[in-house]
Design a protein around this ligand. Structure first.
Ligand SMILES: [Zn+2]
Length: 94
């Protein structure tokens, strides 16, 4: 059963890493929707599009890609309402 415990710990660490980096990234992007200033139900949005598909990536991997997009100036925060209005098909869950 040791491997199972190690696997669970590993997953927990990744979850923790995801949460911490997500919080940092949201703070770096101003912590609110860039359209309406809402701080609720925030989603990442790529104003210039992107070449990867969120649903095909694990969350911990997504956050790494988001960080890269942010460094490249291709990431902003939208609340789910504004994101739906602007991009009905491509919203990411955080
Ligand atoms: Zn908004």
């Amino acid at each position: 059963m040791k491997n199972r415990e190690a696997e669970i710990r590993y997953r927990e660490r990744r979850k923790q890493m995801y949460r911490e980096r997500r919080e940092k990234l949201i703070a770096a992007l101003g912590g609110k929707c860039c359209e309406c200033n809402s701080t609720e139900n925030l989603e990442f949005d790529h104003p210039f599009g992107r070449d990867w598909i969120a649903r095909q990536k694990a969350r911990w991997h997504r956050i790494v890609l988001y960080e890269g997009d942010q460094k490249a100036g291709n990431l902003r925060l939208l609340c789910s309402n504004c994101n739906k209005v602007l991009l009905p098909l491509f919203g990411d869950d955080l």
